[in-house]
Ligand binder design. Structure first.
Ligand code: MV4
Length: 454
């Protein structure tokens, strides 16, 4: 096992990874930007190294500074958390070439998963089902590309191979605009990702977003069940749950087992998530996330498995000691992402937290770096806390979440706590299984700010 791990991230996930390191007897090195110098979680680490000024490009994305911090502190491995450099193949490569262990998949795997069309082709070979569409990049000529894409049938979606997570995609309803949309998207993809490759898929209207968590050491793999992440706004997840509610038992088992088989066939190493769109009938693979995900705690609550500990063990020994038969699934869990933002306008709300009181009680978990007197910096994303509630069934998890939301006090800045309270009280949510468009349609109706549609 490693003696010392450097955590190349900030905020709640920096604290989350630190907690598991402490539990495993591993020393921690935190890196921080000048904007985070006062954050309390830095004091909990064994060492902390400043890596640059507030803008992420000069600190949390500064590969040279992070590798230098690992060198001067003699850390053995680097955990990238999520976001920032977590899916940057060049970073993983630099870390390994500098003699450190990157806690995550191989650079080549990260690179392949970053090319969504290549990932699709690789996963199709393992037997996972794809949304019908182009199997090769669309031709460079716009008219030819349109002709090729149109074979998919309308409505269709054109996606940038280097995009993902909602970036670089356009829905097209008629042939008339197709060539034009393709030209525009190609230029945008080139500017945003330095890669203009595009592909087309049949557009699914209001599917659910369901994902499968896996752990794999390159030979052996296990799944930790499903999560439902359909409740999102502008590709930002708002509330996630495990397991995905209301799935036919056999279907759920089938897709989880197909993911395990895909890990074994591709030799995947690390924790990972297979993302699917589910139309009520079938699961269509869309992307694989080669990192720890924000919403991993709901999976931990229903399985008792520490996903971060497993990541670290896989990186250290390259062997998974979990067996599928030994993994048991109990109850249900949900996670509310508490953001420092206006609950009606969604405008970020950085600043000083004057009063802070976190909820507690049976089955309640709060992953947060926040406290009274903490100043939320304006430079990074607005995730302040993840409020997680577990219950023996979904009904109990929801009741506990409602109670926890009532207890939670965060004063001085605006948060989306009121939005979550309304969502938890919503009849369709209580029923379970809404599609990816549900939350935005409710927000349009004035759900975020009752009485004043936004
Ligand atoms: C789609 C789709 C409908 N049809 N592909 C958006 C993020 C990226 N991971 C894939 N995305 C989508 N791909 C086809 N063929 C709808 C979405 C989509 C979406 C997917 C998951 C979660 C939220 C979403 C919100 C809007 C659109």
């Amino acid at each position: 096992m490693f003696e010392k791990i450097l955590i190349a991230n900030r905020g709640e996930v920096a604290l989350r990874v630190q907690r598991t390191c402490r539990e495993m007897g591993v020393q921690t090195v935190m890196v921080y930007s000048e904007a985070d110098v006062n954050a309390k979680y830095l004091r909990l680490a064994d060492e902390a190294v400043c890596i640059g000024p507030p803008p992420a490009a000069e600190s949390y994305l500064n590969i040279a500074a992070i590798v230098a911090a690992a060198e001067i502190t003699e850390a053995e491995a680097i955990h990238p958390g999520y976001g920032f450099l977590s899916e940057n193949a060049d970073f993983a490569e630099r870390v390994e070439k500098s003699g450190f262990v990157f806690i995550g998949p191989d650079p080549e795997t990260i690179r392949m998963m970053g090319d969504k069309l290549a990932a699709k082709r690789a996963m199709q070979k393992t037997g996972l089902k794809m949304i019908p569409g182009s199997e090769q990049p669309l031709p460079a000529d716009a008219a030819q590309a349109a002709e090729e894409a149109a074979k998919t049938g309308f409505p269709l979606v054109v996606k940038a191979a280097a995009g993902g997570g909602g970036r670089g995609m356009r829905v097209v309803h008629t042939d008339a605009v197709l060539a034009n949309v393709i030209s525009v998207l190609r230029r945008e993809a080139q500017a945003a990702f330095g890669d203009s490759s595009l592909y087309a898929e049949k557009y699914l209207d209001n599917p659910r977003h369901i994902e499968v968590q896996i752990l794999s050491d390159g030979k052996n793999a296990v799944h930790l069940g499903t999560r439902d992440c359909s409740l999102q706004r502008r590709h930002q997840k708002v509330l996630e749950e495990a397991p995905a509610p209301g799935l036919p038992r056999k279907r759920e088992e089938g897709i989880c087992e197909a993911c395990v088989a895909a890990c074994k066939k591709t030799g995947y190493k690390g924790a990972g998530t297979f993302e699917f769109l589910y139309d009520g009938e079938r699961f269509y693979f869309i992307e694989m996330n080669a990192r720890l995900q924000v919403e991993h705690p709901v999976t931990e609550m229903i399985t008792g498995v520490d996903v971060v500990a497993e990541q670290i063990k896989i990186a250290a020994s390259r062997r998974l000691d979990l067996k599928q038969k030994e993994i048991r699934f109990f109850g249900a869990a949900m996670e509310c992402r508490i953001n420092a933002e206006d609950p009606a306008t969604f405008v970020p709300s950085p600043g000083l937290i004057r009063q802070y009181h976190a909820p507690g009680g049976n089955g309640v978990r709060v992953d947060s770096h926040a406290y009274g007197g903490y100043e939320v910096p304006p430079y990074y994303d607005s995730l302040l806390a993840k409020l997680v509630a577990y219950g023996e069934d979904r009904k109990q998890a929801r009741a506990r979440m409602q109670s926890a939301l009532r207890e939670y006090v965060i004063d001085g800045i605006a948060t989306n706590l009121p939005l979550h309270a309304r969502l938890l009280a919503d009849a369709a949510f209580a029923q379970g299984g809404v599609g990816i468009r549900y939350l935005e349609s409710k927000i349009k109706e004035g759900f975020a700010a009752p009485g004043a549609a936004v």
